[in-house]
Design a protein around this ligand. Structure first.
Ligand SMILES: [Zn+2]
Length: 149
């Protein structure tokens, strides 16, 4: 049996004409503007069927984007996922390490590890439990953080 193909994730931010730094209130404003613009009831009767179909698709996408980004929990999950996708795109995983392998920096409450380029991998104490990939602050290498269960 073939493995299920993963549904390609969409960039919900760009669907709303926003980016990850857009505030929730701005996201809401953009959503409200777009959802009105693409609302099936708002389309004039003389547009070709293909355009109507496209409009409905867009409407569904916008609605979906807001369902994810308008909810604190799902937005957080999505942001984390994006963050990891970004890291995967940056570079190869150089090493797999446990938190215990990293050094503790009590000044800023973070764990760190020296990269072989001379740069540094670091993760804050709060983030450490959610983060799986850490990128070097100097080169494109990434380390994978293994969580003990
Ligand atoms: Zn490095």
């Amino acid at each position: 049996m073939m493995a299920f193909e993963q549904i390609p994730r969409k960039d919900w931010y760009s669907i709303l004409g926003a980016d990850p730094f857009t505030s929730v209130s701005d996201l809401k404003e953009k959503y409200q503007k777009l959802i009105l613009m693409y609302h099936p009831d708002k389309q004039s009767a003389d547009v070709p069927a293909g355009a109507v179909e496209e409009c409905i698709q867009k409407f569904i996408e916008i609605d979906q984007a807001w369902k994810i980004l308008g909810n604190e929990q799902t937005k957080k999950e999505y942001d984390l996922q994006r963050h990891e996708d970004d890291l995967r795109n940056i570079g190869p995983v150089d090493a797999r390490i446990c938190l215990e392998d990293m050094s503790w920096n009590k000044d800023d409450c973070s764990y760190f590890l020296s990269c072989r380029c001379g740069g540094k991998y670091s993760v804050s104490k709060d983030e450490a439990k959610d983060v799986n990939l850490i990128s070097c602050d100097t080169c494109s290498l990434v380390i994978e953080l293994l969580h003990s269960t």
